[in-house]
Design a binder for this molecule. Sequence first.
Ligand SMILES: N[C@@H](CCC(=O)N[C@@H](CS)C(=O)NCC(=O)O)C(=O)O
Length: 204
Amino acid sequence: MLTLFYAPGACSMAAHVVLEESGEKYQTHRLNLSKGEQKTAEYMKIHPLGRVPALKLDDGSPLAENTAILPYLGKRFDMWPTDLIKEAKALSVVGFFASSVHPAHGHIGRPERYTADTAAFPGIQAMGKKTFHDYLKQIDAMYAGREWLSDTYSVLDPYALVFYNWGVKRELPVAALKHYTAFKDRMLERPAVQRVLADEGVKL
Ligand SMILES: N[C@@H](CCC(=O)N[C@@H](CS)C(=O)NCC(=O)O)C(=O)O
């Protein structure tokens, strides 16, 4: 059985939604990031960077990184395009989310990763917030005229929901993003999404 290591409201929420959508039995292990539970020696054996998500596979081996976990779950649970070009486009979105959108948010919440000079924190955070907002606008445009980011509902959509939630938490004007907000409302109609948001204490 699969085991997901996750933290409420973190980027692990994407894999959590996908697992909940799958209908397959799975286990969860919740970590409290503010208490540093992700940095214990035991957990670092599962995720060497001490981050979530991590997935323990059926054979007991660990898998880290959204870029691997989400395509793996998507292929296993039919939430991933099979057409070669559509798969490449889905990977392009995963790459954009993991390597641009997520790190932009990291500049707001974790400026200490980018400089030891605390006087520089406000500048890093302000630029992170602007860049993150610009990326949310880009995601808004990606949802224009379409229900889901790929042809059908896929792992890309729960991943996109993570960043919408972070935009709300950072008090960015996300309601003005019409397509992205309509997508968020479509997601809220899904029972699996409702269950995960309730479990993680996320209100959207
Ligand atoms: N590149 C990783 C990023 C994972 C990541 O940064 N996770 C955050 C939560 S969204 C985390 O665990 N932060 C805790 C920490 O850095 O101590 C992925 O996409 O899987």
